[in-house]
Design a protein around this ligand. Structure first.
Ligand code: HEM
Length: 375
């Protein structure tokens, strides 16, 4: 499936993200600009997920949910996944429970069927309907990710479950990274200013000339790259154990330079928060948000930091398939938000609600926004 995710076989991938980002900018500009005459705070936590959901649904189904255009949690999808998150994480973490849902009748009781009017059940119905359009005698054909998957042999039911997985895996994670990085930026004025200066300079010098910055242009901005890496490191979006099972014959691994035999069947997980805050890897100030560390480190030290930080996307054959898409979204979103607007936290004593369940349940990130381009 890698070619579908990479953009090689779906040339409109970047444009799909641009359209949704334009929708986000339009939504902010029309409804949430505060000035001396009007006070219109916005829940950035919610809008970040509207953006990532519209991007993923456009990519996975060929049609966006339309959360940004309607300024609404369509089909109550976000509300339902927030409610179901505990169950999802429990089932994916506790081996006995994942064994139990291999029985069809248990799975039927635990999970939605597609008959429900809202939430994940409604999403299953939407997936069945939209993916169904790509099959049969009147099959719709487009040069996109779904088409790429079909060409590489995925069947209709596999495509439906893949698209659902994508939405769960790709919207919440990227939204967490946007929320957390924006919160750190807003609470670190010198970092915020430095990033905005780099963005403004790229626009002035014509290095970012399109209405929405190209991902290739954003990649050339060293401070922006450092900010994104630091945001993902200091606040990893996936903190669940994500255990992998040692093959039956067992395996020998190297831990801190020592060989260690792991018996077959052992579940091996990793503590994301601990690893991404390791002082021996990232420095004594590993708990602090300081993007400069990525520009100061050199050679082997920098390579080790990169390799460690990359674990945020998993490793090996289980690594996140949407990593490039996530990077593309992040490259564009911070650039455009800070190019167009200025952000301040409404209540610094209660900046957001954030709860860790292995993934994050986050809400109420109220911000005050001013328009940089018109004020
Ligand atoms: C900052 C954003 C993201 C982070 C931190 C992230 C992280 C992860 C992690 C940790 C895993 C599990 C790896 C494992 O099992 O060990 C994963 C899997 C996955 N992610 Fe992401 N992800 C992000 C964005 C996305 C996006 C945007 C998409 C879709 C376009 C996506 C699609 C997937 C899929 C399909 C899998 C399952 C791969 C498989 O079949 O094994 N992710 N991701």
């Amino acid at each position: 499936m890698a070619s579908g995710y990479s953009g090689k076989e779906n040339p409109d991938l970047e444009e799909s993200i641009d359209v949704q980002l334009q929708n986000l900018i339009k939504l902010i500009r029309t409804k949430y600009i505060s000035s001396s005459q009007s006070y219109k705070p916005m829940d950035l936590g919610r809008k970040a997920q509207f953006f990532t959901l519209d991007v993923i649904t456009k990519i996975a189904f060929g049609e966006a949910f339309g959360d940004l255009e309607r300024d609404e949690d369509m089909y109550k999808y976000i509300q339902s996944t927030e409610e179901m998150l505990v169950v999802i994480i429990l089932f994916s973490t506790v081996p006995l429970l994942s064994w139990l849902i291999s029985f069809e009748w248990v799975a039927k009781m635990a999970f939605p069927s597609g008959q429900e009017a809202t939430g994940v059940g409604r999403l299953i119905a939407v997936a069945q309907e939209l993916i169904g359009k790509r099959f049969g005698s009147k099959a719709v054909s487009r040069q996109d990710m779904i088409e790429s998957f079909i060409r590489h042999g995925l069947k209709e039911d596999e495509l439906i479950s893949e698209s659902l997985l994508q939405i769960l895996a790709g919207s919440d994670t990227t939204a967490t990274t946007i929320r957390a990085t924006m919160l750190y930026l807003m609470s670190h004025p010198s970092t915020y200013r430095k990033l905005q200066e780099e963005i403004d300079e790229a626009v002035r010098s014509g290095r970012a000339s399109s209405p929405i910055v190209k991902s290739s242009e954003a990649q050339e901005l060293p401070y922006l790259q450092a900010v994104i890496k630091e945001g993902m490191r200091v606040w990893p979006a996936v903190t669940g154990l994500m255990t992998k099972v040692v093959p039956p014959e067992g395996d020998t691994v190297v831990v801190d330079g020592k060989h260690m035999f792991l018996p077959g069947g052992t579940n091996v997980g990793y503590c994301a928060w601990g690893v991404h805050h390791r002082k021996d890897v990232f420095g004594e100030d590993a708990d602090a948000f300081r993007p400069e560390r990525w520009l100061e480190a050199k050679g082997d030290k920098l390579a080790y930091m990169h390799k460690t930080a990359d674990l945020a996307f998993g490793w090996g054959k289980y690594q996140c398939l949407g990593k490039n898409i996530a990077w593309m979204e992040l490259n564009k979103v911070f650039f455009e938000l800070l190019r167009n607007f200025d952000f301040a936290i409404v209540d610094p004593t209660k900046p957001w609600k954030s709860e860790n369940l292995g993934l994050w349940r986050q809400s109420e990130e109220w911000v005050e926004i001013t328009d940089r381009l018109t004020s």
